[in-house]
Design a protein around this ligand. Sequence first.
Ligand code: FAD
Length: 323
Amino acid sequence: MSGRFFIIALHEGGRIQEETWELVSFARRCGAAGPVMMVLSDEGSIERLAGELAHRTGLDVVGLAGSHLREYSAEAYIRTLVPFFRDASEEEEVHIAAAHTSRGIDFVPQLSIGIDACCITAVEDVGEGSFIRSLHHGRFRAEVRADRAKVVITVLPGAFAPEDIEPGKPGRIRIVPAGDISLSTRSRGTRAPVHANMGLTRAEVIVSAGRGLGGSENIRLLTMLSSLFPKSALGATRAVCDQGWLDYSHQIGSTGNTVSPRLYLACGISGAIQHLAGMRNSGMIVAINTDPHAAIFRTAHYGIVEDLTTFIPLLVDRCLKRG
Ligand SMILES: Cc1cc2nc3c(=O)[nH]c(=O)nc-3n(C[C@H](O)[C@H](O)[C@H](O)COP(=O)(O)OP(=O)(O)OC[C@H]3O[C@@H](n4cnc5c(N)ncnc54)[C@H](O)[C@@H]3O)c2cc1C
């Protein structure tokens, strides 16, 4: 890959987000020569954040600093990044990568419009001069090629394992004042998610619910199944938590809990990469899904192609009769 390659490091509460280190692996897989890390913050913390990136990766870092960047907002990022990248000529190849997190997908599409770039989201693999992304919950893989010199990419968390980087000597740091931009949006503060669920992290068996459950009335099926195992807990996909069938403390995945029980029973779960990121290290994975082509079957050790509403009661009944 020729041209310049930038990695936008996102941070929260003074800490660089973990997905940033995965983006370094992504850049290497793309064959980028000397990718540049980028971080945006206010004058008070920019040097520390840039220093951490330069030390940990050995890559050069550009820190964009301004008081409007004290807290994250899509408007602040876009109004800072667009002028920075506008100086690149139309022919110059520029790749800009950010994590496909709620923040990444918040500002990246607008950034691509602002600099007239091609926008490729949710990338999970790299082809020959192309990017691979999933369609229809992982049932199909699309190979996408950029049709412009400038490309903005979001990379799915969990898709590229962070490498053990031994940087040797730290990269160079350049702090660029981004001016003080007056914003039309104002942050009203942040609230920490209540994700940590000790029951889940200690459980030996996790029975996990996906949207295929059909409704909160069927949670009882999973409770029945889970009660067969002494040290068990209920997990869920984000789709289930978004529906309000279980609360967010049950969510497993890149934005939820990370678990590795001895047995993981995935019930009505398609196998989206964000979910796999939180459970793929389980000892044994058994999936129940009506769709034989569901992506979860590529990760599961055993697959049951069945309707869970008929299969689970039969299984529980059989187990109880056996004692
Ligand atoms: C930034 C970001 C972060 C995310 N973080 C997470 C995360 O941490 N965790 C997470 O889980 N997701 C996360 N997601 C969402 C993720 O992309 C998927 O949308 C989600 O995991 C899908 O949940 P699901 O498998 O329950 O639903 P679906 O993808 O809708 O799958 C439902 C499955 O049920 C099957 N099914 C239907 N009926 C039945 C039946 N009767 N019996 C058996 N099977 C049946 C279907 O064949 C299908 O495969 C995130 C997304 C984004 C953009």
